[in-house]
Design a protein around this ligand. Structure first.
Ligand SMILES: Cc1ncc(COP(=O)(O)O)c(/C=C/C(=O)C(=O)O)c1O
Length: 358
């Protein structure tokens, strides 16, 4: 049975996270060949379905590491700022470790599924009259003033845990892809994937024992929502706006690291509109059978945009990470392209039997 990302990749992780492992058996998520997307863009497209982690998003990879590290130090409480998924994950792992958990979220801008998770796991929820960036500033101040561990992706353990997704992609494909697409919000995930791909391509990396697992590193293609695209614009966005609330972030904590991943990989960071995100969201659920929350679809929306721009080499191997399950924010599946609500069909039994359908 899959033992969780720390046990599975222990030789490539620091002792600070392997010493006292707190796990919900996260990771080992499917890498699904996407036939329709592949035909659409003329490449070999695979979808890394991170919504199938224990709390429904990729955050579990980083949180198992951050909470394990906190458990090692004897921490009794953790805190984080979140657009939702980090708080859901922190609450679950803190509960597993017997720790208290405080979460700061932008008031009214957190998807119901994520809010229910943080509440269900008994987190102390603080709704802040501000955006995610305001929440992160507050969380940093609280972690300095009180004996609580900050578990946002500014915590290096988070990046260590999240880099395991890149290991899994290479272990599944046999090498790194040519291109890796993913959404970019606070920019911890693009930083973590680049670290993972770089370590797998480096024979001198921890745990490599002189053998590089991958023959290359992919080009990293990160995508922000056009209403929340500070890295694309080159300056912070003070009032980020997007229906993809998970990436409604105006001043990413890992901004420089994301630019390094872009530049060192010969990749790009671009923006996609809310409409392109929702189109990709619908395409994934209606043609690939994969249900994601809107922010996740930014990776596929970006791939489609790059295809239209002629930037996807024919036959290239492409991986799109879809970061959170659709059940986190199900309202978007109940709305058609033109915004009208989808009404479930109401049929009385007599009509059905009359139609001879039984
Ligand atoms: C579904 C989903 N997709 C993409 C991102 C962006 O990843 P990063 O670029 O590493 O931030 C997030 C991030 C969420 C939070 O930042 C939080 O939960 O506080 C997410 O939940």
């Amino acid at each position: 049975q899959w033992r969780g990302v720390i046990a599975e990749y222990a030789d490539r992780l620091p002792a600070s996270v392997t010493e006292r492992v707190v796990t919900l058996r996260e990771g080992g998520t499917p890498l699904i060949p996407a036939e329709h997307l592949s035909a659409l863009v003329g490449a070999q497209v695979h979808v890394k379905y991170e919504g199938l982690n224990p709390t429904g998003s990729f955050k579990d990879r980083g949180m198992t590491a951050a909470i394990s590290d906190a458990a090692r130090t004897g921490a009794k409480a953790v805190i984080c700022a979140s657009t939702g998924n980090t708080s859901a994950s922190a609450a679950a792992y803190a509960t597993k470790a017997g720790m208290a958990c405080g979460v700061l979220v932008p008031e009214g801008k957190i998807a119901m599924g994520k809010l229910s998770q943080a509440i269900a796991h008994g987190a102390t929820l603080i709704q802040v009259d501000g955006n995610f960036d305001d929440c992160l500033d507050l969380a940093r101040k609280l972690a300095e003033a009180y004996p609580v561990e900050l578990v946002n992706s500014v915590n290096p353990a988070r990046i260590e845990g999240q880099k395991t997704a890149a290991f899994e992609v290479v272990d599944a494909l046999g090498d790194a892809p040519d291109i890796h697409c993913l959404p970019v919000g606070n920019a911890g995930n693009i930083t973590a994937y680049w670290k993972g791909y770089s370590e797998y391509a480096d024979s001198a990396a921890p745990g490599a024992d002189g053998v590089a697992v991958a023959s290359r590193r992919p080009r990293m293609w990160g995508f922000q929502a056009s209403g929340a695209a500070p890295i694309v614009l080159g300056h912070p966005v003070s009032h980020p706006e997007t229906i993809a609330t998970a990436i409604r972030i105006g001043n990413p904590a890992s901004w420089r690291q994301a630019e390094a991943a872009r530049d060192e990989s010969g990749g790009l960071i671009d923006a996609v509109t809310d409409e392109e995100i929702l189109d990709a969201h619908r395409l994934l659920s209606s043609r690939e059978g994969i249900f994601v929350e809107p922010a996740s679809a930014a990776s596929v929306a970006g791939l489609l945009k790059m295809h239209v721009a002629g930037k996807v080499p024919a036959g290239a191997t492409v991986v799109c990470t879809v970061t959170g399950h659709g059940l986190k924010d199900p309202q978007w599946a109940l709305r058609t392209a033109d915004g009208s609500d989808i009404e479930p069909v109401r049929v009385s039994v007599d009509v059905v039997s009359a139609a001879g359908a039984l």
